[in-house]
Design a protein around this ligand. Sequence first.
Ligand code: ZN
Length: 167
Amino acid sequence: MTATRVQAIPGDVVDALRVQDDAGRTPRHTLDADGGTPLRCCLRLSRPGEELLLLSYAPLRRWAAATGADPGPYDEVGPVFVHRAPCDGYAGDGIPPELTGSPRMLRAYSADGSILRGVLADGRDLAATTAQLLSDPAVAFVHARAVDVGCFTFAIHRATSTPSVAA
Ligand SMILES: [Zn+2]
């Protein structure tokens, strides 16, 4: 099975987004009274009462800048939740345990940033389905998105990919 590495939004990127998001706006502050929100900074669910920011993020943009790829119309910008204050990020490399409770849309991208295909996967099948997608040499990386609202959740690369090209 293809070895994979899960990538949250890197901490330095989240720091910059907390000031100005990828749509050029100031993030929206929210007190998450109920918890259960998937956080893209540390890939866990929020706890009740945590302070979050809702901001726009372009999951391909920094990867494209680092690699010279031109995703063109695939350079989407969409809403994500992150901690309001800096957190410890995501230290694991497998599928985040707290984010396996929901199905995900897995989007496979080519090396030029185009969408090759999408596969719907149950939360418990994410690792196997992602490894299967990445066993295709045409697939450069995979993005996991929410099924219900479509938001970017995390990226999955081959374990041999260098962190500098992480989306
Ligand atoms: Zn966090």
